[in-house]
Design a protein around this ligand. Sequence first.
Ligand code: MN
Length: 308
Amino acid sequence: MSDLIKKTELSDSKDCPCASAQPILKRLITREAKIGEDLTIRRALPHQERRMIGAWCFFDHFGPLNLKASGLNIAPHPHMGLQTFTWTLHGEILHRDSLGSEQVIKPGQVNLMNSGAGISHSEESLPDSILHGVQLWIALPDSKRFMDPDFNHYATVPYVLHDHLFIHILAGEFLGQQSPAKIYSPLMGLEIYAQEDTESVLPLNPKFEYGILPLVGEIEVEGELIDLTTLLYLGCGRKELNIKLKKGARILVIGGEPFQEEILIWWNFVARSEDELIKAVDDWNNHTRFGEVHGYQGEPLTAPQMKR
Ligand code: MN
């Protein structure tokens, strides 16, 4: 994905409330954003009141989109200082990047692209009736953010059955199962599908802060009803969580140790200073860095200038 919101804003991870050390239930209303020509998605992170959850620093929920009306077509654009994490519920997306990777992602699979110091990629939906999924970004810690870029496709991820919940472990560990996704800070990500109406208790890590976003249907968390427009922030300090899902509901759970480094996000770049971001914008627009995506039909995106 690429941030194509008309009015790009600088997001500073320290200009919002700190990670809550205590359990809380904070509703964060996701906002509509445009990607590509006319695709409306819902952006959960960064949010004015919550820039990150662990190292997760960006969270888009796209679809369900009827591709007869429009398709996803995101022209080549750069990234730095982050990993992009893609998971779909329906539909297929073709990824191409400046390392020469060309990979279709299908439901149940993970595409994990590590930008390291710099990479560029394109993303296009393939013909299908429905496209539905999420893309998240994971901020790289300072010690890793200048590493060489790489791309990994995971054709399967582990799952567990817990009560009547079918739980894919997307990142980190849960109930003894470990995701193969290569990440660089203490994190977790789950997609939970209710096979029946289910009330359940999820074990959590008290050192992690967590957030939950419904992808299909509604969910009750600790007795609070949460709909598709809302990311529920849970804070740290929980050993378990009471959830209630109707049959067919699906949710995404993300968590991690609060990320201590201050990060700045401009457009598709994660950095630590405005100078770094300004240089990245110039380097991309002047074609002096971030490589080239071969095979994509069309012009690359232009990076918006940053005002100091
Ligand atoms: Mn992207």
